[in-house]
Write a protein of this length. Structure first.
Length: 399
């Protein structure tokens, strides 16, 4: 059980830490979850239960992604007799000043573990558990390595508080990847890849996609059709089986399709399909066709189609996807081509416009209602929940 590790030693604040590499098989042998953070085993189990339910996707990533990579695990260590030994660097071996030599000598070293240490994950619980599960299923992963950072844990009440504070700080300030970052960078999410390709290469939308950090579009904007996050939503609606306001849809399994990249040929085919839907919409819906001709839209006017606002685009492409699944695509296009889908229309004014504030209401419940009444108008039968029926009764709208 003795393990000798090449190590860097560093200091930040009042924490001394040791940076090294651990093979997956040693992660499995030596590391537990957050067992030592709480004396109460119920609290420990609560942390472990949360971890266990979130590791399947990571296991799949480790087993299927050739370009797999993890950032460092932060591990608490106590007990046993870990030994740190500096490595002496000969001054003659490289041109160094005395100060540089002193720094290197106290930073480079060997950490020896005798196997009696208690080691637990402070940051990286999900990754540690996924590594343990993955090597059971795939022995080829046993010798792969991940960077780890050891910090000393003390089993005194003060030491437990100190480690809990580090645990909560690391988790509290870990910033989740934003949806805009996923769209811009993710090479596994097929919807993100297709969205980027459409932005870069689809001529009808060239220069007409707004880049921002949320789904809103300023009323002052006059030259964008939509923004990149809404475009991503539309791609996901059209290509996956994401339920639409409780209605099941056909398509790629959304969890897999946004986590595992397909080959380039399949991506290209799906991209061309999405572009064909946009092309058909632009040809058949007069409001959008006019925008393409003039390259300008006044979003501030009540008479402007809601198809130039995120809520309207979400409603239209949701309706379109469900109609495609029911072989009624042309009826969907005909509805949006012939009906006034703007706030000047009394129906949509009643649904989406707040007369008191003069603002558009964007609640999901209202979008759901709009999708439902359009689908009913087109001729698609729906199973309404009791809550749906109450909303319909409250608006008392028949298209």
């Amino acid at each position: 059980m003795k393990l000798i590790l090449p190590t860097l030693r560093g200091k930040m604040g009042d924490w001394m830490y040791y940076v090294t590499l651990l093979p997956f098989k040693e992660i499995a042998k030596r590391i537990s979850l957050a067992d030592e953070i709480h004396k109460d085993k119920g609290l420990n189990k609560m942390i472990q239960r949360k971890v266990t339910n979130r590791t399947k996707e990571i296991v799949n990533y480790l087993r299927t992604q050739e370009q797999r990579f993890f950032n460092s695990l932060i591990l608490g260590i106590y007990g046993g007799s870990p030994q740190w030994q500096e490595i002496d660097i000969e001054k003659s071996s490289v041109d160094l000043t005395e100060e540089q030599l002193d720094y290197l000598n106290r930073t480079f070293g060997i950490l020896t573990l005798n196997g009696e240490e208690k080691i637990f994950a402070i940051d990286g619980q999900h990754r540690s558990k996924a590594i343990k599960d993955a090597i059971v299923e795939d022995k080829n992963l046993l010798d792969e390595e991940v960077a780890v950072i050891f910090v000393a844990h003390r089993t005194t009440p003060e030491g437990e508080i100190r480690t809990r504070r580090l645990f909560s700080t690391l988790n509290r300030y870990a910033k989740p990847v934003s949806i805009s970052e996923i769209i811009a960078l993710d090479e596994e999410d097929n919807c993100a890849i297709i969205t980027r390709n459409i932005v870069e290469y689809f001529q009808l939308l060239k220069g007409k996609i707004l880049f921002n950090q949320n789904r809103s579009i300023s009323q002052a904007n006059s030259d964008a059709f939509t923004n990149i996050i809404v475009l991503y939503d539309i791609v996901k609606i059209l290509l996956t089986n994401t339920p639409i306001f409780g209605i099941k849809t056909n398509g790629e399994e959304v969890k897999n399709y946004t986590k595992k990249r397909e080959n380039d040929k399949k991506i290209k085919n799906k991209q061309e399909y999405v572009e064909s839907i946009f092309t058909e919409a632009f040809e058949k819906i007069p409001a959008i066709k006019k925008f393409l001709e003039t390259n300008s839209i006044n979003r501030g006017k009540l008479s402007t189609s809601l198809l130039f606002k995120p809520i309207g685009q979400n409603v239209m492409f949701s309706v379109l996807k469900i109609c495609i699944d029911n072989n009624l695509k042309n009826k969907a296009f005909k509805f949006f081509a012939e009906n006034d889908f703007s706030l000047k229309n009394p129906t949509w004014r009643k649904v989406f416009y707040d007369e008191e504030t003069g603002n558009i209401r964007t609640e999901k419940s209202l979008q759901k209602f709009a999708v439902q009444i359009i689908l009913l108008k087109i001729g698609i039968k729906l199973k309404l929940t009791q809550k749906d029926k109450e909303v319909h009764a409250n608006f008392n709208i028949v298209l």
